[in-house]
Design a protein around this ligand. Structure first.
Ligand SMILES: *Cc1c(COP(=O)(O)O)cnc(C)c1O
Length: 388
């Protein structure tokens, strides 16, 4: 049976070059980077090279990159760190209704601990309104955290414009760029970003490794207390192989950024066009153009999303309804709710995300499978009326 993976936003396979870069550091080159003898120094050198590779992908200085266990940890560190460090200045945080749970649940935790959080609305495409944003700023606002590109609907926010406002007002600006990384040209200095979360496994690197960019002017409390690793900010022996894999993945992402964006955008548009042509009553969720190259989020009216997913799974196709974290429950995703999709449509929505290993033939097979399933389930729906 054919296998088609269309869930690149949930995770990506590790590229061969990435694995090859990692392998020696499991065996021959296993030294602890904190050790002063040759074996340690070699691990240290490889680790510092990776730090530079990650920094280069976002236009940062390598001294501003701190490795973490992934996007979730980076979000936690950034938001809790800024909040607790600036408590004497204020207790107000601005974010959006369409953040990843790593951010939303961290904000809820802060609300339980005396902070006030404004969750900005978004329009039907998933974008915040810059005037609403400026109006939400208070004298007590200490942090703005806005997702760079949404993981469910792919909408890309006006990050540079947000950064101009926060810089002018002297407010710290964090962005969760886990989905944007390697898919959008990011420059932290041009975009006035103070803190930025990254994760390796969304850019063809290994799982369990990520980083937080911290602008050198931002004071952020240390996250883990212990040894002197990560300039004493995040103690614990480094995930050396993971870091090396992340570095290599970042290097590859930088080298092929424009080619990758073009290729994946073409695949995305090909799929959208083909589905729209062959299946009726399908709508695309999210922004028509300001969206992640590989993101397709669609509502198939009159067919339950979970039914589609199960059927696709039986036919070797992996896709997702909403975000992976909520796929075990039947609640409508908070993101689809925020863009005003009615409940029944939200429950009929599927996220397909394409990537570097997707082919047009894969997509043709998925479209054919979708035609069969929508026909089959719509024919037994009391509400569906076939057109023509
Ligand atoms: C995947 C993801 C995360 C979590 O990253 P992990 O490395 O899996 O912890 C955070 N934010 C967004 C937008 C993501 O897509």
């Amino acid at each position: 049976m054919r296998e088609v993976y269309l869930d690149y936003s949930a995770t990506t396979p590790v590229k061969k070059e990435v694995l090859d870069a990692m392998l020696p550091y499991f065996t021959q080159e296993f030294g602890n980077p904190s050790s002063l003898y040759r074996k340690g120094r070699e691990s240290r050198a490889a680790l510092e090279k990776a730090r530079k590779q990650v920094a280069d992908l976002i236009g940062a200085n390598d001294r501003e990159i701190f490795f973490t266990s992934g996007g979730t940890e980076s979000d936690n560190w950034a938001v809790k760190g800024v909040a607790f460090a600036n408590k004497s200045k204020g207790n107000h945080i601005i974010t959006t209704k369409i953040e990843h749970h790593a951010l939303l649940h961290t904000c809820e935790y802060l609300e339980e601990n005396g902070f006030e959080v404004t969750y900005l609305d978004v329009d039907k495409y998933g974008k915040i309104d810059l005037n609403d944003f400026e109006n939400a700023i208070r004298d007590t606002t200490i942090l703005v955290s806005i997702i760079f590109a949404n993981n469910e609907i792919g909408t890309i926010q006006p990050i540079k414009e947000i950064g101009e406002i926060t810089r002018k007002r002297g407010i710290i600006f964090h962005t969760d760029a886990v989905q944007a990384l390697g898919n959008v040209d990011i420059n932290v200095n041009e975009m006035n970003i103070d803190l930025l979360s990254m994760s390796a496994h969304k850019i063809y690197g290994p799982k369990g490794i990520g980083a937080l960019y911290v602008n050198r002017k931002v004071k952020l409390p240390n996250f883990m207390h212990g040894g002197a690793q990560e300039y004493k900010r995040r103690a614990g022996t480094e995930n050396v192989t993971g870091i090396i894999g992340f570095g290599k993945a970042a290097e590859l992402a930088k080298e092929s950024l424009h080619e990758h964006i073009k290729k994946v955008t073409d695949l995305r548009n090909y799929f959208i066009q083909s589905v729209m042509e062959k299946i009726d009553e399908v709508t695309l969720n999210g922004h028509p153009t300001d969206r992640l190259p590989g993101n397709i989020n669609m509502t198939f009216a009159y067919v339950e999303g979970e039914t589609i997913l199960l059927y696709l799974d039986v036919h070797g196709i992996s896709a997702s309804s909403g975000s992976a974290c909520s796929s075990s429950s039947f609640q409508a995703s908070h993101v689809l709710q925020a863009i005003g999709i009615p409940l029944e449509n939200a429950l009929s929505s599927i996220r397909f995300t394409v990537g570097d290993f997707t082919t047009k033939e894969d997509l043709d097979y998925v479209v054919e499978t979708l035609m069969v399933i929508t026909d089959k389930y719509r024919s037994i729906s009391p509400f569906y009326k076939k057109k023509g």
